[in-house]
Design a protein around this ligand. Structure first.
Ligand code: CO8
Length: 258
């Protein structure tokens, strides 16, 4: 990727913004989009001037799914030969906290992209769903696994087997989204939240995300071992000394933010 064609990328303060930008296809996620999102997120992740990433779409659609027109004529061996998921694996692996700011449709791969993020902020206009069953397929960007971990087996099974779309209120009730805000406030709320996160100590943000990831992926025993390691390691950072000194001296901490 030398120039972005399907996304807009911008740094605002310590926050990296990635805006999906294929309005003619409701931000359908084709191979180009996944590569560009991965490259942009990795570049932000490598930059110590960035403490949070926001992924968003348009008012009408966060993303209406993987690009059906791109997939339609593929054979099984073509699907297996091409690593369609590789770019998304790279995106999901960034150490920096990622917020999905969702307005409008987050369907199929769009819902799955939101679930690759650490926090899902939803406009009251947001609609979530895994409609792949209506196309004769199943979720293929992590939806069968991440939705169950997010909302439990029975909610996930109903959504995946029926293809039913849910509104933001239901998504919040079942635990799929972190918080619902008025559609007109979505970007302002995302900005406030991202700025707040990005103001923290970077090593502790990386550690927090690593422990959260461990909770999703391992047993309690292994996860607690990760937590113990991450917690201890932070005591060698200047930010830990600063954070605790600031508490003792009753003043705000000044983290290094190199
Ligand atoms: N792929 C390609 N094009 C799309 C997609 C999509 N997922 N969604 C919408 N578009 C296009 C439409 O074809 C239309 O284009 P055109 O104007 O050229 O006909 C344009 O976007 C506008 O869409 P609509 O006219 O349909 O807009 P509506 O407001 O009438 O409807 C909907 C909005 C309800 C969101 C409707 O567009 C829709 O149902 N979209 C498809 C939703 C869907 O089924 N998503 C799941 C896709 S499968 C998937 O995500 C699998 C993930 C695993 C991938 C694994 C790696 C490859």
């Amino acid at each position: 990727v030398t120039e972005y064609e399907t996304i807009l990328v911008e740094q605002r303060g310590r926050v990296g913004w990635i805006t999906l930008n294929r309005p003619q296809a409701l931000n359908a996620l084709n191979g180009r989009v996944s590569e560009e999102v991965a490259v942009a997120a990795e570049a932000f992740d490598a930059d110590s001037g960035i403490g949070a990433i926001v992924v968003t779409g348009s008012e009408k659609a966060f993303a209406a799914g993987a690009d059906i027109k791109e997939m339609e004529s593929k054979t099984a061996s073509e699907m297996l030969e091409t690593d369609h998921f590789g770019a998304w694996t790279r995106f999901a692996a960034v150490r920096t906290p990622v917020i999905a700011a969702v307005s409008g449709y987050a369907l199929g791969g769009g819902c799955e992209l939101a679930m690759m993020c650490d926090i899902i902020l939803a406009a009251d206009s947001a609609r979530f769903g895994q409609p792949e069953i209506n196309l004769g397929v199943v979720p293929g960007m992590g939806g069968t696994q991440r939705l169950i971990r997010a909302v439990g087996y029975y909610k996930a099974a109903e959504l995946i087997l029926s293809g039913r779309m849910i509104d933001a209120a239901e998504a919040e009730r079942i635990g799929l989204v972190s918080r619902v805000v008025a559609a007109t406030e979505l970007l302002a709320e995302a900005t406030t939240l991202a700025d707040t996160i990005a103001s923290k100590s970077l090593p502790s943000l990386y550690a927090a995300k690593a422990t959260l990831d461990a909770a999703m992926e391992t047993s309690l025993e292994d996860g607690l071992a990760v937590e113990k390691q991450q917690f201890a390691a932070l005591f060698d950072t200047a930010d830990q000394k600063e954070g605790m000194a600031a508490f003792r001296e009753k003043r705000p901490p000044h983290f290094a933010h190199r």
